[in-house]
Structures are given as structure tokens and as C-alpha cells.
Ligand binder design. Structure first.
Ligand code: ZN
Length: 241
């Protein structure tokens, strides 16, 4: 499994772009990075991704989709269909995002051309993404939004992704179900905080799940973490590590 990080910063990080991770050139985990620049820069055409998995509807995880969706239909004649997975309300959110970004006419045009399919998921839902089995986990991040993490199985790797999350039993279950996990670490300070994970939270999970390899993204700072891989923008990893 090939994992390319197109954005590894927390929402307001001065060090890195916003969240987007590309799996095997075809699956995007979140879409906060400027994808019409970062996909080509990674050597991937705009019409290669087949599916986008959105963890939640914050701008730093989603706004890049407005560029990907319209840019793809304007630059590729016979663009393949695109499927979006996300929390409840995903279809209405995408409509709003595209209406606001480009107007209703362009939203309808790009939606039709991409044969856009939206699957709204709840915690515990099993689904298939680009042929691979996957499961959604309810994450605790902000009480006003439904937030998900995901585990997908592909090429013998069980890859987890926390999205944005604070500590919870569901996050522990997601990590336990993964042999590699991409997790956020917004707070580099020793003490954790609300809404997001801090260094101590991640260190605790690494101790409780010694057989899981940790990859850190959504970084609020440029710090390192012993025993974990720190993702940087445009880092590509081949899993298993
Ligand atoms: Zn968030």
C-alpha cells in the first residue's frame, strides 16, 4: 500500500498544508490540501482518485474538494466517477460547499459529469472503498459535528485513520483494529487538550498498542515523537513499514 501525504498540518499550522492523504493514487483521506496543485505535484492526475473519505466537515479537511471536483471536470473530458464517503449530512454539505464555491449551475454540472455518489456513514458501518473493505468509527472531536475515523484493509495492511479526535474508547478500538494507524497530534505540549490529541495521548496509545505502527499527521508544530513516523507534506510511505 502506498501512502502519500498531500497535507499534514493542523488547521492553522504555519508549517504544513491542511489534511489530505492519498492511498494507492486512488483513495483520498480528507481533502483539505490544495489538491489541484498537490496531486499533480505528487505525479497524480486529477482524474485518478476514485473515492474520497471525509472524516468531518471542518474547512481544513474538506475545502480542497471544491477545487478537485470542478477542476477535474474542466480538465478531463472522460473523467471517471467519484464516490464520497462521509458522516451524516455529507450530501447536503457538499452541495453547500460547491454552491458557495462556484454557484449552483457549476455544482449541478460537475455533480452530473462526475456521477458523484455520496455515502453517509455512522460509527460501526462497514463499507467498501475502491474494492477494499473498510469500517467507520465514531470519533469524539466537536459535539456540533458528526466525526468519523476509518480502518481499511488493503494489500494485507489494516490502515487506520483518526481524522480529528480527542481520546475515546472508539479511538482505542480503531487503533486496536489497525496494524498501521495515521493519527493526529495537534498539541505538541506534554499536556493534551480538548478536541484533539496531544503528545501524551499518542504516547499512551503507543504503549497500549505496541504492535501498531504510528504515523503522525495534523501536526500543530514541527516536533518529533520517538517510535513514530512523523508525516511531512509530500512524504510517501510504502506499507507495511
Ligand atoms: Zn476538525
Amino acid at each position: 500500500m502506498e501512502v502519500t501525504f498531500l497535507g499534514t498540518g493542523a488547521a492553522f499550522s504555519p508549517h504544513a498544508y491542511n489534511a489530505a492523504i492519498l492511498i494507492d493514487r486512488t483513495i483520498l483521506l480528507d481533502a483539505g490540501a490544495p489538491l489541484t496543485v498537490h496531486l499533480p505535484k505528487a505525479g497524480v492526475a486529477l482524474d485518478e482518485p476514485r473515492a474520497v473519505m471525509l472524516s468531518h466537515f471542518h474547512a481544513d479537511h474538506t475545502f480542497g474538494l471544491a477545487w478537485l471536483i470542478l477542476g477535474r471536470v474542466l480538465h478531463h473530458e472522460d473523467t471517471p466517477p467519484l464516490t464520497v464517503f462521509g458522516p451524516a449530512g455529507c450530501s447536503a454539505y457538499l452541495e453547500q460547499l460547491l454552491d458557495f464555491a462556484w454557484g449552483e449551475e457549476m455544482r449541478r454540472y460537475s455533480w452530473d459529469r462526475l456521477k458523484l455518489t455520496v455515502h453517509e456513514l455512522s460509527g460501526g458501518d462497514a463499507f467498501r472503498v475502491d474494492g477494499s473493505p473498510a469500517r467507520a468509527y465514531r470519533m469524539r472531536h466537536t459535539s456540533r459535528l458528526n466525526c468519523l475515523g476509518f480502518v481499511m484493509e488493503r494489500d494485507g495492511v489494516r490502515l487506520g485513520y483518526s481524522g480529528d479526535a480527542e481520546m475515546s474508547a472508539e479511538l482505542e478500538a480503531l487503533v486496536a483494529a489497525s496494524d498501521h494507524v495515521i493519527t493526529e497530534m495537534t498539541y505538541d505540549e506534554e499536556a493534551g487538550g480538548s478536541m484533539h490529541l496531544g503528545r501524551k495521548d499518542v504516547e499512551g496509545m503507543m504503549q497500549r498498542h505496541p504492535s501498531t505502527r504510528f504515523i503522525i499527521t495534523h501536526r500543530g508544530s514541527n516536533g518529533s515523537l520517538n517510535g513514530a513516523v512523523i508525516a511531512r507534506d509530500f512524504l510517501t510511505l510504502q506499507l507495511p513499514l
